[in-house]
Write a protein that binds this ligand. Sequence first.
Ligand code: NAP
Length: 306
Amino acid sequence: MSARIHKKRQSRLLDGRLVSDFLLTRVSHEVKKLHKKKIFPKLVIILVGKNPASLSYIRQKEKATQRTHIQYEHLNLRETIATKKLIAIIEKLNRDKTVHGILVQLPLPAHIEAPLVLRAIEPAKDVDGFGAYNLGKMFLSMDFENLAPCTPRGIIRLLEYYKISPVGKRVTIIGRSNIVGKPLAVMLINRDATVTVCHSKTKNLASHTRTADILVAAVGRPKMVKADMVKKGAIVIDVGTTKVNNRPSRSEAKQIVHLNSLVGDVDFENVKRKASWITPVPGGVGPMTVACLMENVVRAARRMNM
Ligand code: NAP
């Protein structure tokens, strides 16, 4: 991949919109090649209920399928559906040879046993990469990261695009979730980085962040990473997205807190002066996640037809 950096605008921005656009174009070429072989990659997204945030994430994924010519079906199931019934629907999709990717939009309603539901997805169609089989395979080596979770994959793709090598770098990740922090740590270890993973029980968080060549924040606490927690010249990747709906107070109004805006975990305006590279929110990791989901669908379709 080649870096087309727009120096005049933001020379140090890791631009997720630009790179996701590049990836989606590449995916769409791959889909066209598969179409010629009579393979029609198809993604099915299951939503239980009508969570507005989930609907908005699904709309972004649907747009990306349109852009890449991936076939798409949205199953919107009633809020009260039982775990058993939901699993039966997934098992039917597992058997359907025209379906290559199955994604259950999280969070699920509280009465549904989410681990059982995620376990029901056939590993070859687990395009979110959240199942134990695909997560476990990543431990073996980089060669086995077939259906890796999309957000960590998106971060790796962003680094690749800008030719930022993780080899020998000290990486600190704040957050140890199964969908971001932990799989990203494994992927970066697979790429020869030295990784520290921090969480809510970590003592003296700043002592870990200040030594990082690459700092990743995946917490969900707006602007928690301040400039004095960042090493000069560090690469800063902000995964956090928190919707801010409150009318800002007078002092907040002077900062960049807008109504209904998405706010990251990093105090962007101050940290950008210290970092060498930084992702914006929105427009950083978010679009990369969606693009990598499309990559996973195509990868699943190709592997199923090998
Ligand atoms: P999560 O499951 O809630 O995990 C949050 C992590 O942050 C946990 O490991 C938690 O520690 C840690 N944490 C909480 N408070 C902390 C503190 N004060 N200091 C240090 N660590 C702390 O969240 P997630 O699903 O990983 O998501 C994290 C953020 O990324 C959210 O804002 C989410 O919306 C966003 N996200 C964005 C994308 C995207 O595509 N842009 C994708 C996924 C997630 P414990 O483990 O000790 O509780």
